[in-house]
Ligand binder design. Structure first.
Ligand SMILES: NC(=O)c1ccc[n+]([C@@H]2O[C@H](COP(=O)([O-])OP(=O)(O)OC[C@H]3O[C@@H](n4cnc5c(N)ncnc54)[C@H](OP(=O)(O)O)[C@@H]3O)[C@@H](O)[C@H]2O)c1
Length: 343
């Protein structure tokens, strides 16, 4: 029997404790494709989950129990296709999303629903592609929650917190392309990067308190820190479009306060912030990543137009996964990529 390997995160720990374990190569179920994984990214959520974050709520998706196989992004080569799949053949190259709770991309082989994959050719680098689907999909969902789309973005003043990170960089690139004026909040070292990506103005969060932001924004995206949520909502102008956050405390509340306490605290947090946004006339929403066709289609179009990229900071084989996780935990620049098929 041909064997595959996967990165097992044994028990909640920070830094994480890994082992590389053997498993049979998965067989594709109905509607699935098995990929030989060339590249899979390590996102901040992987680092947090390796430390035990989100276990209570994620158990509902079958994604909270250790040992965990993490990873939501994948790029690789189709090895086999399951019943009902006509769009893919062995040897095709594909990139896309592995939903949370469905096996995890940090492995040499993974079974993925064919609908979450898109093709790529030899002109594209698997590592660069694997950096994108999860972050782009989350960005796409954030823009929708904030009420921003390609058709209304032109001329909007949009505030982006966490602008130098993966979601933030994609937000600057996409919003600028759509004609919005982005104010990027980041630390000093990243000011020039955010300007170069297209931000119209920058706000150095390490030198200027966010309480000094003018109240003039049509929309805001918080990819930086939950503790700044209310201050950022305060920077919306009256009659603003909306506000979306990916750094909300949903998972942490259930971890910290249990089922009842977590639900109660989450209700309080959500209502408090929603009330502040509503007082400005703005929509308000928390984003929880989930795979989406529309986002993957948009990503593919933008890649065809060479309109988006995230720099890769580190690429390592599964056996050196700890380095990639440390890279993300220390917020070093560039995305972290695992190369499971590398020797
Ligand atoms: N809810 C969801 O479904 C979902 C999905 C994807 C991501 N996320 C979360 O969204 C956030 C952004 O994701 P990402 O991939 O863009 O992360 P990332 O690449 O690590 O970027 C986050 C950026 O936030 C800034 N930052 C870090 N600590 C901060 C602090 N204490 N206060 C303000 N800014 C801070 C940093 O830039 P500067 O130092 O330059 O400011 C950093 O580059 C992460 O927390 C991630 O876990 C949530």
């Amino acid at each position: 029997m041909t064997m595959a390997q996967r990165l097992l995160c044994q028990s909640p720990a920070s830094p994480p404790v890994f082992s590389v374990g053997a498993m049979p190569v998965p067989r594709p179920g109905k509607g699935e494709v098995v990929l030989r994984v060339e590249a899979a990214s390590v996102n901040p959520i992987d680092v947090k989950r390796a430390g035990g974050y989100g276990q209570r709520l994620l158990k509902l998706k079958g994604a909270g129990k250790f040992p965990l196989v993490l990873g939501n992004d994948v790029a690789g080569v189709v090895e086999s296709v399951g019943p009902g799949v006509s769009a893919w053949r062995p040897g095709d190259r594909a990139f896309g999303l592995v939903p949370t709770g469905k096996g995890g991309a940090h492995a040499t082989h993974v079974a993925v629903e064919a609908r979450w994959l898109r093709p790529f050719d030899d002109g594209h680098d698997a590592a660069a592609l694997a950096a994108l689907p999860y972050s782009f999909t989350t960005l796409w969902q954030s823009l929708r929650k904030a009420g921003i789309d390609e058709h209304n973005a032109k001329g909007l003043a949009v505030l982006v917190h966490g602008a130098s990170g993966g979601l933030g960089r994609l937000a600057i690139q996409l919003l600028t392309r759509w004609g919005a004026a982005v104010t990027a909040i980041c630390s000093t070292a990243s000011l020039d990067t955010c300007r170069a990506l297209g931000a119209t103005s920058v706000w150095d969060r390490t030198r200027q308190p966010l309480s000094g932001l003018p109240q003039r924004y049509d929309a805001a995206l918080n990819f930086g820190a939950w503790q700044d949520e209310e201050t950022l909502i305060g920077a919306l102008e009256q009659g603003a479009l909306g506000f979306a956050s990916t750094v909300h405390p949903l998972l942490a509340n259930f971890d910290s306060y249990g089922w009842l306490g977590g639900a109660w605290q989450t209700g309080c947090d959500l209502r408090r912030c929603k009330a502040l946004a509503t007082a400005k006339g703005a929509n308000y929403g928390w984003v929880v990543f989930k795979p989406e066709d529309e986002a993957l289609d948009a990503l593919q179009r933008l890649l065809d137009e060479d309109a988006l990229a995230l720099p890769v900071g580190i690429s390592v084989p599964l056996s050196a996964a700890g380095q990639a996780f440390a890279h993300v935990a220390r917020q070093h620049p560039g995305r972290a990529i695992l190369l499971p098929s590398a020797a």
